[in-house]
Design a binder for this molecule. Sequence first.
Ligand SMILES: Cc1ncc(COP(=O)(O)O)c(C=O)c1O
Length: 236
Amino acid sequence: MIPLAVGEPELPVACHILRAGAEAWERDDTAYTPNSGIAPLRRAIAAKLDRYNGYRVSDEQVHVTSGGAQALHMAMSFTLEAGSEILIPDPGYPTFSMTPRLLGAVPVPYPLSSPHGFRPDLTELESLVTPSTRALLINSPSNPLGVVFDRTTVAALLAFASRHDLWVISDEVYEYLTWMSIWRVERHQLLTLSATGYRAWAPPVGAGERQRRWVGAAGAQRGVRGSGSGPLVLAC
Ligand SMILES: Cc1ncc(COP(=O)(O)O)c(C=O)c1O
């Protein structure tokens, strides 16, 4: 039996990372840090997005979290309220359904099944939208399926979200963790045309007051259509 429940990579932590941690410890670099993360780290993440993903954000748009669960919680609490519905992948990482419940919102699963190559079926997605639907959560590369959405799927999902005025929360934590011989992540396949962490994208048009309030709370900017300087990046 091969246990597949815990997503722990079998690679050891790289030496330079261990060394940097040990050196910080020895310097007693252990006091509180700014809530959004230390400036050099936010700068390095913004530089990574620019260099490897061809995507520009300012350091101020990067907010470092203690892991993915916190980032998911923040992205959802910026975009959902009690009674809101969020479309989540099924099968999917369990936190995708637990976090909305914690906020009084309703997770609505959309199937990723083999007849559709484990990609979302747009007709099915359409049938799940109600007046309470506020957000679409996408996880590509996927846990637990490993599937990477192709360019056509990504474009169709963005058009779907735009049509229904939905936020898109994109979980791309497995950018560098794929079955390379089967699925390879190309830059254009990542939903936001870049990667790392969680994006809460503002609905592109027409969300009025709701959008302004949320954007203010998140400190984020509108991003889908390139108006404004891009979304808040939650990097874990
Ligand atoms: C798709 C996905 N998102 C988020 C997380 C949460 O990450 P963390 O353990 O850093 O909270 C995981 C963890 O396995 C995951 O698989």
